[in-house]
Write a protein that binds this ligand. Structure first.
Ligand SMILES: *Cc1c(COP(=O)(O)O)cnc(C)c1O
Length: 340
């Protein structure tokens, strides 16, 4: 199978399976799991943050941070197309009781004047602005320049509002921007990143912040049902991911660009170039070429898995488990399908 649906479909590497098998574990709710502790320490070193927590997923990490930064009735500022607003099932309203203010902007790059005026002043009618969220790499495939993140953080600091970075693909962002993950982590009070996407670990994300934030988040993690026991087996894969998988992401990005070039050879396909920063290729395909469901089924017949469109766009994702030969095969198969 060639799977272009997401980088979440990546399989743990042989080395990961080996370190998982041999992991030394304990009950992490009792602080007894040395492998989880080692992963959290490693994440702190990479990010330059005081403390970190292993959590089950990226959604869990984002929602845990929202819960820990805010009080019910607060308002949080998010870009209108952010994962937190669009793809987390309304969790911020349900779990933390906050209201979301979605700002319209390209790729999560807030218009800075709009951001300033969106932060609430004290008024008997207004909710309190409890948090500003930033997403980098953004789910639309683009990255936010470091300079822009600095400006957002400065505005937040001037107004005493914390910033949370949804860095599900933080290492992809750092790779594309040619900055260190720490430089991005410096521009927020809390962040989360996924071990389970392009880094190939089977499960898990990291939340990081300062000591007092993480102490409070740890209690909320328990509240949310995320107090894990012998999860060192998963953390072992996470350590392997952080040690060996973060520096190869450029290959995925290069492959995405190659795929984009090839797709542009088709009449009726338009690659969205301005959002081609990481391992995700977004494109539009003329409906006259083929009907959506038929395309998905025809590709599947050739052992190629793809997702349907979202808002009229197709998205193909490259990863460790997709090779250049796989992309060549995809293009050859598409030539057959779209001609027939
Ligand atoms: C994948 C993703 C998440 C959520 O991660 P899960 O582990 O799937 O819950 C959050 N934010 C962004 C931008 C993502 O791409």
């Amino acid at each position: 199978m060639i799977d272009l649906r997401s980088d979440t479909v990546t399989q743990p590497t042989e080395k990961m399976r080996e370190v998982m098998f041999n992991a030394v574990v304990g009950d992490d709710v009792y602080d007894d799991d040395p492998t989880i502790k080692a992963l959290e320490r490693l994440a702190c070193e990479i990010l330059g943050k005081e403390a970190a927590l292993f959590v089950p997923s990226g959604t869990f990490g984002n929602q845990l941070c929202i819960m820990t930064h805010t009080r019910p009735g607060d308002e949080i500022i998010v870009s209108y197309d952010a994962h937190i607003l669009y793809h987390e099932v309304g969790a911020a309203a349900k779990l933390s009781g906050v209201q979301i203010r979605g700002l319209n902007c390209f790729g999560g790059r807030y218009n800075l004047e709009e951001l300033k005026s969106a932060i609430r002043e004290e008024d008997i009618h207004y909710p309190t602005t409890g948090l500003i969220c930033v997403e980098n790499a953004h789910g639309n495939g683009s990255v936010i320049p470091l300079e822009h993140m600095k400006k957002i953080y400065q505005i937040a600091n001037e107004n005493n509002v914390p910033v949370h970075l949804d860095g599900a693909r933080l290492f992809n962002a750092a790779t594309a921007l040619e900055v260190t993950p720490k430089e991005l982590a410096d521009q927020c009070d809390s962040l989360t990143f996924c071990l389970s996407k392009g880094l190939c670990a089977p499960v898990g994300s990291i939340v990081a912040g300062n000591q007092s934030f993480i102490a409070r988040a740890k209690k909320n993690r328990k509240l949310m049902g995320g107090g894990l026991r012998q999860a060192g087996f998963l953390a072992a894969a996470g350590i392997e991911a952080l040690t060996h998988m973060t520096k190869r992401l450029e290959e995925d990005h290069e492959l995405a660009k190659y795929l984009a070039d090839e797709l542009e050879g088709f009449k009726g396909i338009e690659v969205i170039r301005e959002r081609l920063d990481i391992n995700m290729v977004f494109f539009k395909m003329d409906k006259s070429l083929i009907e959506e469901q038929s395309f998905i089924e025809a590709m599947l017949k050739h052992d190629i898995k793809i997702n349907g469109t979202e808002d009229g766009e197709w998205r193909f994702v490259t990863s460790h488990d997709v090779s250049k030969a796989d992309i060549d095969k995809v293009i050859t198969i598409m030539k057959g399908i779209l001609k027939a």
